[in-house]
Design a binder for this molecule. Structure first.
Ligand SMILES: [Zn+2]
Length: 289
């Protein structure tokens, strides 16, 4: 691990301990990692914090901490959801977890499910998981570990808080930052002219458009997460706030899917003028104007 990554990860560990101590840890968490073992280690740490009965979490002294550390805590479950030869996290595994989750904890006042192999959870399995993520029993916590966030359904992502332990820091140029700002402004002011102006900077440059659309998509996702009552580290906190207040979840979801479609269009090497026209039109549609 590089120094900056180490620092970032240490900060995440602290954030978790704090949020558990304050009693506002989310019931659904996604741990995004490059190396599954890093993600699983982090998930174990979260689980340990959650079951700890000490004052500072994890105290590493209470009976729950000791059991969690040895990997033998009866209320911490860990599975990769694999049945048989396929590497998939199966829908049957999710169903089993779902019915198990309604049985009250053994020793702790919480029950934690560490779901590894999230990148191999197909749509059917994710939809099954969504049902319980939407209304989990108060004592249940899910930690999904994945090496690829992009394989998760939007509906699932909007229900979980993401902790990312990827090494690549996102570097945003000033030009990109300005483009994102004016775009969000235009969307919020519902001014068609402003929207056209904001898109104009992408003229003759599909790749620049793509990088900004990717950032916008992240901003819309963050706003969705915020709407569901969670907070996470955000690249554009002000813009996210404003969008979260002004738009419905439905509009935000639609904006995310518009971004996906536009990115696909760029990847198919679409005509730049058409892309810009489409951007204006689809974004306007998404916010219902
Ligand atoms: Zn403890």
């Amino acid at each position: 691990m590089t120094d900056s990554k180490m620092e970032k990860v240490n900060m995440l560990y602290e954030t978790v301990a704090q949020s558990v101590s304050q009693g506002n840890f989310p019931h659904g968490v996604l741990v995004e990692c490059e190396n599954e073992q890093d993600g699983v280690d982090f998930a174990h740490y979260i689980a340990n914090c959650l079951v700890c009965r000490g004052e500072t979490k994890p105290c590493l002294k209470c009976a729950d901490c000791l059991k969690a550390e040895k990997g033998g805590h009866p209320d911490i479950f860990e599975t990769d959801g694999v049945k048989g030869k396929s590497k998939n996290f199966t829908v049957d595994a999710v169903r089993e977890i779902r019915s198990n989750a309604f049985i009250v904890p053994n020793e702790s006042d919480k029950k934690i499910y560490i779901l590894k192999n999230g990148q191999n959870m197909n749509e059917q399995a994710q939809n099954a998981l969504l049902k319980i993520l939407e209304e989990p029993p108060t004592y249940v916590f899910f930690i999904i570990v994945t090496t690829s966030r992009s394989t998760m359904l939007e509906t699932v992502l909007s229900r979980v808080q993401t902790y990312s332990i990827l090494s690549d820091e996102v570097k945003i140029s000033e030009k990109e930052e300005n483009a994102v700002n004016s775009f969000v402004d235009a969307l919020l002011s519902v001014d068609e002219l402003k929207l056209m102006e904001a898109t104009a900077v992408f003229q003759k440059n599909n790749q620049f458009a793509k990088s900004v659309i990717m950032l916008l998509s992240e901003v819309f996702r963050d706003a969705l997460v915020k709407k569901s009552g969670y907070t996470r580290e955000m690249l554009f906190p002000e813009q996210v706030n404003a969008l979260c207040m002004a738009l419905t979840s439905k509009s935000l979801l639609q904006l995310v899917s518009v971004c996906d479609k536009l990115i696909e269009a760029v990847d198919r090497n679409c005509n730049n003028n058409l892309l810009l026209v489409r951007m204006c039109y689809e974004f306007k549609e998404a916010i219902g104007r």
